[in-house]
Write a protein that binds this ligand. Structure first.
Ligand code: NZQ
Ligand code: ZN
Length: 388
């Protein structure tokens, strides 16, 4: 196991009705004037926005609002939010929605106190200062409610890039599983796929003897695999929604990743798909992960066989562990299909002839991406082709 630091100070308020504590929590974490930041209107329709405003009002917390975050959030609204925060002297950003609203809020929070262009932080500049961010999650998926990351697409060139800093970890996150019951089946399935992907990026590692995190990863995967079909069959199944919601947080606040080298090449390859075709991140991952797995599994066949046996219950073929490893990948594809996810380029609306464009915007050049297997531009091309 490698040395590591783990600092995850987000306060989680989990359970029914907890959004009514938003005002108290903002005050507790020092906010006096809040920017409420949200997406395309699902929280208006559900009445959540009104409840949040009442909660803030009851605690004497002032607020302004900025909606309109789109899935795969864009830089334009971030710039607008930064200007608004400065003009109105906002001291706290409250995201209400899914990963996109939260990521946009985080970008505003690091951009507002910074004199330069917030995009510098997405090109690698270190974050020194940020407004505190709180979240009220309505979609279990990206894990941004507990993560130190934000992913934004810059409209100039449609570059989808991530930035990471401990200063972006939310100071609090309100997780009420009931708020996810209104999700369309497709978004529920995309969320499950994204959580599983966050585990895969950490599970397939060259670091040996990290049994504790292996087992945590497997627990998250098995939970998502068992609970997602229940939530799809009955969207109001509170217990299924609750298990999925917490699994999404555990999958990505890095408790499943410490002590080991992580990969993240599949996320990079997927981000190019969602930037080019504006597809849902989870759907893109369902297409890319099986292709990546098939391409790299020979790096450590026994690890893939372990995944097949422990997560999918496959029988170990000791004479041909490669067969067991492949069986695990096929079970994964079958699961994705069973929950309505695409597993090939065509199902996503992606085209083989765009592969050079996807590789070009990834900007690998003569370098590599990922760690489990360091992928060159040629490897990436082969993986995209496998996904076709
Ligand atoms: O915009 P509204 O009207 O709210 O509708 C949203 C949106 O259309 C809808 N929705 C959300 N909650 C709902 C709901 N509809 C009905 N009922 C509800 N309760 O769902 C749609 C998708 O929302 P979005 O926030 O885009 O989805 P998700 O949470 O999957 O976030 C995806 C974004 O997160 C990034 C992805 O790249 C993508 O841009 N990621 C962020 C990460 C991070 N910050 O750590 C890590 C991830 O790997 C990921 O890259
Ligand atoms: Zn993801």
């Amino acid at each position: 196991m490698n040395n590591f630091n783990f600092y995850s100070p987000t306060y989680f308020a989990f359970g029914k009705g907890r959004e009514n504590e938003a005002g108290k929590l903002v005050k507790r974490f020092g906010g006096s004037k809040v920017l409420i930041h949200y997406g395309g209107g699902s929280i208006i329709k559900s009445g959540l926005l009104d409840r949040v405003k009442v909660s803030l009002h009851n605690e004497g917390v002032a607020y302004i609002e900025l909606g309109g975050v789109v899935p795969n959030p864009r830089s334009g609204l971030v710039y607008e939010g930064i200007e608004l925060c400065r003009k109105e002297q906002v001291d706290f950003v409250l995201a209400v929605g899914g990963g996109s609203a939260i990521d946009s809020a985080k970008a505003i929070a690091i951009g507002a106190p910074y004199e330069g262009d917030f995009w510098d932080f997405f090109k690698g500049k270190r974050v020194d200062k940020a407004l505190p961010v709180g979240t009220i999650l309505t979609l279990s998926a990206a894990g941004s409610e507990g993560s130190a990351n934000s992913v934004i697409t810059h409209e100039d060139g449609m570059l989808k890039r991530g930035s990471g800093s401990e200063l972006m970890r939310p100071v609090f996150s309100i997780l009420n599983p009931e708020l996810t019951c209104s999700l369309p089946a497709f978004q529920t399935a995309c969320g499950a796929t994204d959580m599983m992907a966050h585990v895969f990026e950490r599970y397939f590692t060259n670091t040996k003897n990290v049994e504790i995190t292996d087992r945590l990863c497997e627990a998250v995967l098995k939970t998502v695999i068992a609970e997602t079909p229940k939530a799809l069959a009955n969207p109001n199944d509170y217990e299924a929604r609750a298990n999925i919601m917490w699994a999404g947080m555990v999958a990505h606040n890095d408790i499943c990743g410490v002590g080991r080298e992580q990969d993240w090449s599949t996320h990079q390859m997927e981000h190019e798909l969602s930037a080019l075709y504006d597809v849902a991140h989870g759907a893109g991952l369902a297409v890319m992960f099986p292709a990546w797995m098939k391409y790299v599994m020979r790096q450590d066949v026994l690890r893939f066989a372990q995944f097949a046996v422990r997560v999918w219950g496959c029988e170990m073929d000791f004479h041909h562990p490669e067969k067991t490893a492949l069986e695990g990948i096929h079970r994964l594809e079958h699961f994705y299909t069973s929950i309505g996810m695409p597993i090939r380029f065509s199902q996503l609306g992606a085209k083989a002839e765009d592969i050079p464009t996807l590789i070009n915007t990834l900007r690998i050049g003569t370098g590599t991406i990922g760690f489990f297997v360091k992928l060159t531009a040629d490897d990436v091309k082969n993986i995209y082709e496998l996904a076709v």
